[in-house]
Write a protein that binds this ligand. Sequence first.
Ligand code: PLP
Length: 280
Amino acid sequence: MENLGFYNGEYDLIENMKIPMNDRVCYFGDGVYDATYSRNHKIFALDEHIDRFYNSAELLSIKMPYTKNEFKDLLQEMVKKVDSGEQFVYWQVTRGTGMRNHAFLGDEVKANVWILLTPRAIKDMSKKVKLITLEDTRFLHCNIKTLNLLPNVIAAQKTEEAGCDEAIFHRGDRVTECSHSNVSIIKNGVFRTAPTDNLILPGIARAHIIKMCERFNIPVDETPFTLKELMEADEVIVTSSGQFCMSACEVDGVPVGGKAAEIVKNLQAALLEEFLEQTK
Ligand code: PLP
């Protein structure tokens, strides 16, 4: 199959799937998601994504209808059914189906599981990215990967209109993360990245790059940094599951980074090697 959708046990091409109007995600965005990539029909970093997914669901008291192992088996079976081995593997759980009412539905209502597989490869990391900055107007639970993504959607649109690749969010002076990735800097040989508090999503690619820094004896500083520090950094790094480590050449039209290219190249090579090894 060219792509594949799954909803509570029903399978079809994504464009043929039909979802109940009363799925609470339609009214409230009441659900959580996670996503990664596959290569050779093998899913990268699945355990970490599943752990984060179950944690997001638990933080919102959404009861998962599958155990972690059952869910992993389901995803692994599904990626084998799609023609391309290189897929964007996306899944979400929503609180359930019921007449519109803000408070949770009764305990007897089961959560809905969605899975979407589309052919897509990870990005070429040699390309430099252009970024814009935007005030972070999201709520205070950004550690939960919820389906309430309107500020991220608006940011992505502004990014596209500016001819850029990502938007950096900041709360006042403090840089938090990007609209759908994490942002870090390298300064004087130190990798600096915001702490995993409630203001950012604990990115899996972020965790992997930290691990690589440790392997290369690059000190890691998990303290918040400011917009000024970002503009003056030796490198500005954007990380996410589809683009493990992209370095920026421009923020708000001003040239940035490019002063620690060797470190970036080594990190990119190591991250790509890890991906290729796990999915061979
Ligand atoms: N931050 C936000 C807001 C995101 O939406 C994402 C990915 O979707 C990330 C960070 C990066 O997370 P990961 O590295 O797990 O893909």
